[in-house]
Ligand binder design. Structure first.
Ligand SMILES: [Zn+2]
Length: 264
């Protein structure tokens, strides 16, 4: 297995949009898609007014599609996409891989397809108007991973990639865990913003305001950040990172490149 770390949507304040490209013997898998080529060519229609506050630094070279091709693959080689959630900064590249199977958590797909009025700005139906090949996963309440609820059955992806529900940022937000020879990676999406948000209790409190409004979602986020902070302290072979943390992105990219990307 090789894991490549891609920034598919540089934003204001140095935020990145951390996507993974995982090459296994049989499949090429993207975790999240960042902003895609149509977001670059038609940002007003695709992204709406929210784009103005994101301070996007996107162009064709930052898309997952361009980066996949620079790594020597064809876009059509991407067999599967696993999504943390369907916010516009994570689902924009779906149309660049129209034949890929898109593994999405059921509650997230339902939220995006029937949004509440508060959710309308974040979900952009234009990004999936091409009709992705959705493969919906649902929690069964009994699978676990390192003590957290998990979904182990992602059709065709084997035992080394699984979904970890981390509700709160959106209604169906999840993390994606990847078992690499160097240890587990947990792409925690937008469960928190930077590693300091996990490590400093006062900052964990601030994360309760990051995402879907309402006390239930805020409580879920508090629970998530506490659980993730506990996990990271317990297991040195586990690396937890978020979508938008530039420092973690740089460290993981350097680690993968330094290892010759043989075993990450
Ligand atoms: Zn995000």
């Amino acid at each position: 297995m090789r894991v490549h770390h891609l920034d598919c949507g540089p934003m204001v304040g140095g935020l990145v949009d951390h996507c993974l490209l995982i090459a296994t013997d049989r499949r090429l898998i993207l975790v999240d898609t960042g902003f895609g080529t149509q977001d670059v060519t038609d940002p007003a229609r695709r992204l709406g007014p929210v784009r103005r506050v994101l301070g996007l630094r996107i162009d064709h070279d930052t898309t997952a599609r361009a980066q996949v091709e620079r790594l020597g693959y064809r876009a059509a080689d991407v067999s599967d996409i696993v999504l943390t959630h369907l916010d516009l900064d994570h689902a924009g590249g779906l149309a660049d891989f129209p034949d890929a199977r898109v593994h999405v958590h059921g509650p997230e797909l339902r939220a995006a397809q029937t949004p509440r009025w508060t959710e309308r700005p974040r979900y952009r139906p234009a990004q999936w108007a091409h009709g992705p090949r959705w493969v919906v996963n649902e929690a069964n309440g009994s699978d676990t991973w390192l003590g957290l609820n998990a979904i182990r059955e992602l059709p065709g992806l084997g035992d080394d990639i699984l979904v970890v529900p981390l509700y709160g940022h959106t209604r169906g937000h999840v993390g994606v865990a990847v078992n690499t020879p160097a240890g587990w990676l947990l792409h925690a999406g937008d469960a928190f913003l930077t590693r300091r948000d996990l490590d400093v209790p006062l900052r964990r409190l601030a994360m309760t305001a990051y995402g879907d409004p309402g006390p239930r979602a805020a409580l879920a986020r508090w629970h998530n950040t506490r659980a993730l902070a506990d996990l990271t302290g317990r297991d040195p072979r586990l690396t937890v990172f978020s979508s938008h943390d530039r420092a973690m992105f740089a460290a993981l990219r350097a680690r993968a490149t330094g290892a010759g990307n043989r075993d990450m």
